[in-house]
Ligand binder design. Structure first.
Ligand SMILES: Nc1ncnc2c1ncn2[C@@H]1O[C@H](COP(=O)(O)OP(=O)(O)OP(=O)(O)O)[C@@H](O)[C@H]1O
Ligand SMILES: [Mg+2]
Length: 246
């Protein structure tokens, strides 16, 4: 469960996120969308406790991110768009290191299927410098999934993955949602979000324009037409089109 109430983040005098509230329940996948600079990464960083919020409350699986950061961080995995890896640890050593930090006891038994799922098992003894960009991203994802997080934040996780990798990533996200994980996914690949997300939240200039199930948000911006794509909804919502009153 992710509970966000009145989240505000200011960088100096600039307000990047203003009074944002939403809830994501176990099993739900929320697509966080908005134009460049809307505040998506800022929101995810605040929720993951990477940067402090200026105001508001963020709770992950019942743990307050500001008041109880260690407990909150134990529950989450944050996948940034640019993977950060250790130059002198191999793929396998990355997983062993992460396992020690998170106290994952049976990490070898967990690591092998994860590497196979992400199709980097044949690179287990390579260093990051010997991996392609997409493989580095897959390693970062394997590291994040090792401690079986209940709350998953993905910031543009599909950048750099090949079409098969994107499809597999989509399946991995859905499998974890069905197993009860709570997931927020920020991406500009709206057709993929449509396939993965149960809910969507549209941000513009740090403010929430709309949120709800895909069907709810679609109905709000569809002007009565059926089958309006998320891309069209996005354009209407962020381009200033007036919501259709029902
Ligand atoms: N460290 C920072 N200091 C000052 N301003 C920042 C900082 N990080 C982000 N911003 C500003 O906050 C706003 C939101 O940025 P953010 O990275 O959250 O946007 P985003 O929605 O993730 O955009 P994108 O789609 O391009 O990834 C932008 O105007 C950005 O310039
Ligand atoms: Mg961003």
């Amino acid at each position: 469960m992710i509970e966000v109430a009145g989240l505000t983040k200011r960088y100096g005098t600039f307000t990047a996120v203003h009074d944002l509230s939403f809830t994501v329940r176990p099993g739900e996948v929320l697509g966080l969308v908005g134009p460049n600079g809307a505040g998506k990464t800022t929101t995810l960083r605040c929720l993951a406790g990477i940067i402090p919020a200026t105001a508001g409350l963020c709770r992950l699986a019942g743990h307050d991110v500001a008041a109880d950061p260690v407990a909150a961080k134990r529950t989450l995995a944050f996948f940034p768009d640019e993977p950060r890896l250790f130059d002198y640890l191999t793929v396998r050593q990355h997983l062993a290191f992460v396992a020690r930090i998170y106290g994952v006891a049976n990490h070898e038994a967990l690591a092998e299927p994860l590497l196979a799922e992400l199709e980097i098992a044949d690179k287990a003894d390579q260093l990051p410098g010997e991996l392609s960009r997409g493989m580095k991203q897959k390693l970062a994802i394997a590291c994040g999934l090792l401690h079986s997080p209940q709350v998953l934040f993905f910031d543009e996780p599909l950048t750099g993955l090949d079409p098969l990798g994107i499809r597999r990533m989509k399946d991995s996200i859905l499998v974890r949602a069905r197993a009860g994980a709570t997931i927020v996914l920020s991406s500009h690949l709206l057709h993929l979000l449509e396939e993965v997300c149960s809910h969507v939240l549209i941000l513009k200039q740090g403010e929430k324009i709309a949120d709800g199930t895909l069907a709810d948000v679609s109905a709000r911006f569809s002007r009565g037409e059926a089958g309006v794509s998320l891309e069209e909804i996005f354009l209407r919502a962020t381009g200033g089109a007036a919501p259709v009153e029902s």
